[in-house]
Design a protein around this ligand. Structure first.
Ligand code: ADP
Length: 657
C-alpha cells in the first residue's frame, strides 16, 4: 500500500515541476531580463543626455593642447636658444622648456663649463699676483699687482679678470670703497660685457653681486644703479648669453636682497629645467603629454624634436578641470578629468571617454551624484516588474497548489474506487460460491436426512446473512463516500439502541457458546441520534468483537453515563491489536491481519463506517487494546446536544475522508 502511494505521488511531483517550477523560473528569468533592460535603457538615456557634453569637453581639451603645441612652434626666426626659452616662458606657453638643435644637442639651458677657458696658459705676472694673494696672503700687494695687469692688458677679458681679482683683494685688505669703485663703476664699462672668467662665467654680473654684498647699506650711492643693472642683465636673454646655472645662482642671491618674485619670472622655469635635466629626461614624444621622472611634471615635445616643453600639473589641471566641467551645471552629475593612474578609477564612473590624443590614457569621467531622475523612473518600473513577477509566481504557486490538491483527491478517489470494486468482488465471491455449492447439493439431493438438509439450509441462511451485512456495509460506505448518508436525528434513549443491537446478535452469540454480557446503566441521558445508524455502529463493533476472538469468547456491551454524555462500550477477550494497528483501523480497507479478516468475513470497511457515523453525531470513538489481551471500543456521545446539524455532518465527513 505504501509503495503504491509513493508511486502515485510521482505525477503530482511532475506536475509541480512542470506547472510551478518551470513557469516560475521563466517568470523570474523574464523579470531579471526586463530589469536588466530597464537599467540598460536608463544608462543609454543618460549616455545620450550626457554624452554630447563629454565630446564637447574632449574637443575643448584638445584645442587647449593644440594651442599649447602650436605656441611651442611659433618662434622668432632670429632668436637665440636663450631668447626662445625666455619668449616661451614669459609668453606662458609652458612652465619650462629645453631647446635642442636638430642633431639632438642641448642648446639651452647651458652650463658655464660649455664656455670654460682651460687652454690658456696664465702669464707670469698672473702667477706672481696669485702667489702674493693666496700663498703670501698679502692682499694689498696682490691688489697692486692685479691693478698693473689690468692697466697693461690689451684684451678686455684679461682686463676684466684682473679688475675682478683686484677688487677681491682690496675687499680682503679692508679697502671696501676702492673695491666697490672697481666693481660698480670700472667693470660697468660696456667693453667688459662679454668678459668671462676661466670657468666660463660672465664676470660683470658676478662683480655686481659682490658689490651689492660689500655695500653695507642700501643708501650707498651705487646700490640702486647696481641692483637695476644686475636685474636687467639677469632678465636679458639676448647676447651675450649668460650660463643658466650662473643666472640661477645670481637670481637666487639677488632675490634674497629684493624679495619680489615679479622681478624673477624665469627663475622657476630655470630651476625646473635644471631639475628635469638632473632627473631622467627621456621618453619625450611629439604632441603627447607624458609624465616625467619628476613628480607632478609632464613633458611634451614638438614634432621637429627641437623643443621639449615641461608642464607642472598644478598649472594645467585646474584649466583642464574647468574645461571638463559643463558651462551650465548638469543636475546630479559631476565631470572629472582623470590623469593616467588616477586614484579614482574611471570604471567607478557612469560614463568615461578618453581625454583626447594629447593626453593618452587620461579619461574624462562622468559621475552621478545623488538620485537622478532617470534612475528613480527606472526604480519605479523595476518595482512594477518585481511586483508583477511576484504576483504571477504566487498565482502560479496557488493554482498549482489547488490543481495538486484536486489531483491528489481524484487519485485518492480513483484508488478508493478500485479498492472498493476489488473488495466487493472478492468479498461477494466467497459467500456466493459457498451458497451455490450448498444449493446445488440440495438440488441434486445429495443429503442423507432431512436434518442434514436443514443444516445445509441454515448454512445458506448464514452465508446469506453475511452477504446482506457485507452489502449493507458497501452501501453505507458508498453513501458515505457520496455524502448521501442522510441521518434522521431524534431524541433517543441509549438503552433502547443497546438493547436492540444486543437482541440482534444474542441468538448468534449464545448459540456459539459465547459469554455475552450486556450492562445498561440506569437514568442514562437522552441523546440526539439516528437510531439505525447507532445500531449499525454497535452491530459492527459487536461483530468485530465476535470475529476477532477465539473459541472462548467473552463479549461485554455496556452503556453508561460519563462526562455529561453517554458511553457505549464493546469489550472482548480476543486477539487484540498493537498500538500501531490501532492508529490505522479506522482507515478504509485497513485490516490488521488480512487473512484473518477475510476468513472472518470482513473487508476493512466496518470501523471507517463506525467512525463516520460517530463523527456525524458529534461524538468520538476510542480503541484500547493489547495484542492477545482483547480490545475495548468506547463510543462517546454528547447528551441531548445539537449533533447531526448539517454543518457538523460536513465537518465529520471531511474528517473521515
Ligand atoms: P473488517 O471488516 O476487516 O473487520 P473493520 O474496519 O471492521 O474491518 O476492522 C478493521 C480491522 O481492525 C480488522 O481487519 C481487524 O484486524 C481489526 N479489528 C477490528 N476490531 C477488532 C477487535 N475487536 N479485535 C481485534 N482486531 C480488531
Amino acid at each position: 500500500m505504501g509503495t503504491g502511494r509513493a508511486g502515485g505521488l510521482w505525477p503530482v511531483l511532475l506536475l509541480l515541476v512542470v506547472a510551478v517550477i518551470v513557469p516560475t523560473a521563466c517568470v523570474l528569468w523574464f523579470m531579471s531580463a526586463a530589469v536588466r533592460n530597464v537599467r540598460l535603457a536608463v544608462r543609454q538615456k543618460l549616455a545620450d543626455a550626457y554624452g554630447p557634453h563629454l565630446s564637447r569637453a574632449v574637443s575643448d581639451i584638445e584645442s587647449y593642447w593644440k594651442q599649447k603645441a602650436d605656441a611651442l612652434t611659433r618662434l622668432r626666426a632670429d632668436a637665440t636658444p636663450a631668447q626662445v626659452f625666455a619668449d616661451l616662458i614669459t609668453g606662458g606657453a609652458c612652465d619650462s622648456v629645453l631647446i635642442y638643435d636638430s642633431a639632438g644637442r642641448l642648446l639651452y639651458p647651458t652650463s658655464p663649463e660649455d664656455r670654460a677657458d682651460q687652454s690658456e696658459q696664465e702669464p707670469k705676472d698672473w702667477l706672481e699676483a696669485r702667489r702674493t694673494e693666496y700663498e703670501l696672503s698679502d692682499p694689498a700687494s696682490a691688489a697692486a699687482a692685479y691693478d698693473q695687469i689690468a692697466a697693461q692688458a690689451q684684451d678686455a677679458t684679461i682686463a676684466a679678470r684682473a679688475l675682478q681679482a683686484q677688487a677681491r683683494c682690496l675687499a680682503k685688505a679692508g679697502r671696501k670703497d676702492a673695491a666697490l669703485e672697481i666693481l660698480a663703476v670700472s667693470l660697468a664699462d660696456s667693453k667688459y660685457a662679454d668678459a668671462r672668467d676661466t670657468h666660463g662665467r660672465s664676470i660683470v654680473p658676478n662683480a655686481q653681486l659682490l658689490a651689492l654684498e660689500l655695500m653695507a647699506d642700501r643708501e650707498h650711492p651705487h646700490y640702486t644703479s647696481t641692483v637695476e643693472a644686475l636685474l636687467e642683465r639677469l632678465n636679458d636673454y639676448g647676447a651675450p648669453p649668460l650660463p643658466s646655472s650662473q643666472r640661477r645662482f645670481l637670481m637666487r642671491r639677488l632675490r634674497e636682497l629684493i624679495p619680489d618674485p615679479s622681478q624673477f619670472r624665469t627663475l622657476p622655469a630655470e630651476e625646473l629645467a635644471a631639475d628635469y635635466l638632473n632627473s631622467d629626461p627621456s621618453g619625450v614624444r611629439p604632441s603627447v603629454l607624458l609624465p616625467t621622472a619628476l613628480r607632478g611634471v609632464w613633458h611634451m615635445g614638438t614634432p621637429d624634436k627641437v623643443i621639449v616643453a615641461l608642464f607642472r600639473e598644478e598649472s594645467f589641471l585646474d584649466n583642464m578641470q574647468s574645461l571638463a566641467e559643463p558651462d551650465v551645471p548638469l543636475p546630479g552629475v559631476s565631470v572629472k578629468l582623470l590623469p593616467a593612474q588616477a586614484k579614482q578609477p574611471a570604471r567607478e564612473s557612469f560614463l568615461s571617454v578618453p581625454a583626447g590624443e594629447y593626453l593618452p590614457e587620461w579619461q574624462l569621467a562622468l559621475y552621478l551624484e545623488g538620485p537622478d531622475p532617470f534612475a528613480a523612473a527606472a526604480d519605479r518600473q523595476i518595482a512594477a516588474y518585481l511586483w508583477t513577477g511576484l504576483l504571477v509566481a504566487v498565482a502560479i504557486g496557488l493554482s498549482a497548489l489547488l490543481a495538486g490538491r484536486y489531483l491528489l483527491r481524484q487519485m485518492k478517489l480513483t484508488r478508493l474506487k478500485n479498492d472498493f470494486i476489488a473488495a466487493v468482488s472478492h468479498e461477494l465471491k466467497t459467500p456466493l460460491s459457498s451458497m451455490r455449492v450448498l444449493v446445488d447439493t440440495l438440488l441434486e439431493g445429495h443429503y442423507q436426512s432431512g436434518q442434514q438438509a436443514s443444516e445445509y439450509l441454515q448454512l445458506v441462511a448464514k452465508e446469506n446473512e453475511r452477504l446482506s451485512r457485507l452489502i449493507d456495509n458497501f452501501l453505507a460506505f458508498s453513501r458515505m463516500e457520496r455524502n448521501k448518508r442522510a441521518f434522521e436525528f431524534a431524541g433517543v434513549a441509549p438503552g433502547e439502541i443497546v438493547t436492540a443491537a444486543a437482541d440482534v446478535v444474542r441468538g448468534k452469540f449464545e448459540s456459539q457458546g459465547c459469554r455475552f454480557d450486556v450492562q445498561i446503566a440506569e437514568d442514562l441521558p437522552t441523546i440526539t441520534a439516528d437510531r439505525d445508524a447507532l445500531a449499525t455502529v454497535l452491530l459492527n463493533l459487536l461483530d468485530n468483537a465476535y470475529k476477532y476472538s477465539g473459541d472462548n469468547r467473552q463479549i461485554a456491551l455496556r452503556a453508561y453515563a460519563a462526562g455529561g454524555g453517554v458511553c457505549l462500550e464493546v469489550e472482548d477477550n480476543g486477539v487484540g491489536m498493537s498500538r500501531r494497528a490501532i492508529r490505522k483501523i479506522f482507515d478504509r480497507f485497513y485490516q490488521v491481519d488480512r487473512s484473518l479478516s477475510r476468513s472472518a468475513g470482513g473487508c476493512g470497511l466496518g470501523l471507517s463506517i463506525v467512525k463516520f457515523i460517530v463523527d456525524a453525531h458529534g461524538g468520538s470513538i476510542e480503541a484500547k487494546s493489547q495484542p492477545g489481551e482483547g480490545s475495548t471500543f468506547t463510543v462517546r456521545l454528547p447528551a441531548g446536544g445539537a449533533a447531526g446539524s448539517p454543518d457538523s455532518q460536513k465537518k465529520t465527513r471531511s474528517n473521515a475522508i
